[in-house]
Design a protein around this ligand. Structure first.
Ligand code: HEC
Length: 160
């Protein structure tokens, strides 16, 4: 009983701290698919209500949101995803993205697909879709919020 009280007290104290200290990458421990090492993304880049929510839950709040899906489709086209994965994400030179089977099992989760799109894989998928985009340079290419919109569009194409 007492341990429970202490635990919930610690939890209620630590949550505001995570948001207050500006240098937290803490909420989601993203993993770089290429190296298996932590993928550090400045939490300041999660600068919309929805991307902040994603940071704390790992779930994409844009799933099923028509406005986000429409903008995600535009980003998907702008960032050349369509050239390799097909206009409907059905697959072209690279595999389709709608599942239920994926090259990387973690693509089935929002967090996993986010990690792949944001930082790439060793199998020919460059971070943020294009070789010319530097995943280390966060002002270059898709922002976290845009990445979530792209994922919402991909999921709307028949994936889970
Ligand atoms: C130059 C071609 C190319 C472009 C452009 C590209 N991809 Fe990929 N993508 C690939 C290849 C090849 C793979 C397979 C990589 C692997 O298996 O490691 C892949 C894998 C993926 C996966 C993992 C799929 C699975 O089965 O696990 C996702 C998700 C993905 N791409 C999304 C995107 C998105 C979103 C964009 C645009 C921002 C994009 N890709 C742009 C070539 C591309």
């Amino acid at each position: 009983m007492q341990t429970q009280t202490i635990k919930s007290l610690l939890l209620s104290l630590s949550i505001p701290l995570l948001f207050a200290n500006g240098l937290s990458y803490a909420d989601q421990s993203f993993v770089d698919t290429k190296t298996g090492q932590p993928l550090k993304i400045d939490s300041k880049l999660f600068n919309t209500e929805q991307s902040k929510k994603f940071l704390s839950t790992g779930v994409n709040p844009y799933t099923g949101n028509a406005e986000a899906i429409a903008s995600g489709k535009k980003h998907y086209q702008t960032y050349s995803c369509a050239q390799c994965h097909g206009a409907q994400a059905q697959g072209q030179t690279a595999a389709g993205l709608t599942g239920p089977r994926f090259n990387h099992a973690k693509s089935a989760t929002d967090k996993g697909m986010f990690e792949i799109i944001y930082a790439g894989t060793n199998g020919g998928m460059s971070g943020k879709g294009q070789g010319i985009m530097d995943p280390g340079n966060h002002s270059n290419g898709l922002s976290p919020d845009e990445t979530l919109r792209v994922i919402a569009w991909i999921r709307s194409q028949g994936g889970k």
